[in-house]
Design a protein around this ligand. Sequence first.
Ligand SMILES: Nc1ncnc2c1ncn2[C@@H]1O[C@H](COP(=O)(O)OP(=O)(O)OP(=O)(O)O)[C@@H](O)[C@H]1O
Ligand SMILES: [Mg+2]
Length: 156
Amino acid sequence: MKSKTEERYFLDLKTQKILKTGGKSKYVHIMSDGCIKKRYDSSKDDHQDHFEREIKILKHLHHWERSPCILWINWKKKTIYMTYCGPPPIPSRSYKAELGKLMEELRRDWGLYRITLDGTVTDHIDSRNLCIDEKDQSLNIIDFGSPLWILKDTQE
Ligand SMILES: Nc1ncnc2c1ncn2[C@@H]1O[C@H](COP(=O)(O)OP(=O)(O)OP(=O)(O)O)[C@@H](O)[C@H]1O
Ligand SMILES: [Mg+2]
């Protein structure tokens, strides 16, 4: 159970910047302490599905250093508070090889695959779902709500 103080802490945060409104989520904000608040829309069936998948995968990847960590979940409001992973890559940066390595690591070590609608395993991720860590310029992957992400059983 989350403590009351933790709940109060996240509920009291103010929006610092709106990163996105609409689409696969209701909105994504950067909050006053620098964390990310991602809210889904309870009235939309696909949002429920994306919300649940994103939580399941982010929890699974909790110890992987290239994805956001969940800080707190507001189940009632379908909202995930998570760590900020940096800005998106600049258009001139080439990250294909680095992304390929991350995707291979996800398959090998975490049993997580990205599979297109025709059933092909892919390394492709839109640059809007990538971040550049400001500490070491490394590539991070965000947004695990899509049904293209398939978590297969691993022998943990
Ligand atoms: N943890 C994070 N760290 C840094 N930036 C983030 C993070 N989460 C989201 N963002 C920013 O907010 C934008 C929207 O987030 P996200 O892709 O998770 O939302 P979405 O509604 O699922 O997106 P879409 O509908 O485009 O697939 C991202 O493109 C990214 O710039
Ligand atoms: Mg996205």
